[in-house]
Design a protein around this ligand. Sequence first.
Ligand SMILES: NC(=O)c1ccc[n+]([C@@H]2O[C@H](COP(=O)([O-])OP(=O)(O)OC[C@H]3O[C@@H](n4cnc5c(N)ncnc54)[C@H](O)[C@@H]3O)[C@@H](O)[C@H]2O)c1
Ligand SMILES: [Zn+2]
Length: 388
Amino acid sequence: MLLKPIEQSFKVNYSYSLHFTKGIFSIENTLLKEVISPSDSSKIVKVLFVVDSGLLEANSWLLKQIDAYGEAFKDSLRITDILVCPGGEAAKNDQENVEKILEGIHKNAICRHSFVVIIGGGAVIDMAGYAATIAHRGVRLIRVPTTVLAQNDAAVGVKNGINAFNKKNFIGTFAVPHAIINDIDFLDSLEQRDWIAGVSEALKVALIKDANFYKEIKERAEKLKNRDKDAMLYTIYRCAEMHMEHIAKGGDPFESGSSRPLDFGHWAAHKLEDMTAYSLRHGEAVAKGIALDLSYAYLLSYISEDTWSEVLEVMQKIGFDLSLPIFSQKDLQTLLTGIEEFREHLGGQLTITLIDRIGNKFDVHEIDLQLMEKAVNLLNEKVKIKVV
Ligand SMILES: NC(=O)c1ccc[n+]([C@@H]2O[C@H](COP(=O)([O-])OP(=O)(O)OC[C@H]3O[C@@H](n4cnc5c(N)ncnc54)[C@H](O)[C@@H]3O)[C@@H](O)[C@H]2O)c1
Ligand SMILES: [Zn+2]
């Protein structure tokens, strides 16, 4: 008997919100409580918190404040536990951290109607988010990002993951969070390098999509470097908005295709993070990766010398060190393996995003390795001259 294949197709509509606030755990601030358990609900919702240890070191009062918040809103939510996990890339490099979160979800009987609230940098958010999306095939997730990079990029999307086999984000999930809450006050305690690092992701979206946003970043370069909060909040807001718009309207939210424009500059960035044993922050590596791909685009005459120089100067003004840690032919060859690894991670045909003017991206499917080597050397020669 010939059996016809049974075919079905269905559509799922996703929606999620990014909120902006200050003092998220002060008792007067009901935003988190409302997101977890709206006033018109009579249910008491269980919540498991996960907190970044680096954030906690810089804000020792935080756990008490979360407890007090839970007490104040005990008619709406019940805090089952607060788990602290290592901050920074260490969170993503050790699968035991995932196990601990899974165990926490299990022991506290967090169900698909309960919440996991993750507070921390992009690494903790990626790792704990991954755990939350595999437990029970996904429990409700609220992200409270506390670095610039996490507030404008890492936490606002639909990806979660950890590293394995020396490959960034080798294990992970696509899952839409219930909500994200950005509290600008958390940024006060960031080291200067983490204050700056996330600006590279804003420059990235500006360079590929929005010349006006690039101009705004350029005009604010000094302010951004000097920790002007309004300038930073604007940059975060616009960058996050553009990332979310790309996910919702770019036609490929779960990245089934081979093109990933939001990964402009990222093939080198991911490899540099690994080559430096993650002593570089993701955002710092992205700045270097963007500078390299711009140098390559300049060598191919896609962008003018003026444009190339100007963008590098803007990045240096903000405080980025654009030099590449390439000290030997071996380093260079290792860096270049990042191109194939990038292709493998996306799947399909190699697709690298470049720009041919500020605000306009296009894809290439081949990289001339000799020219890329030239770009590495050109960039390293160029950025020895520091902008003051
Ligand atoms: N899922 C995605 O779509 C996506 C996108 C971009 C980046 N990422 C990932 O995000 C990670 C980088 O995130 P990041 O730049 O936030 O760095 P990070 O998470 O490594 O944090 C940097 C350091 O800051 C500390 N910290 C966090 N908040 C703090 C605060 N408010 N005050 C003081 N210290 C604080 C952390 O403990 C850590 O030591 C990378 O793993 C990257 O791959 C993910
Ligand atoms: Zn990035």
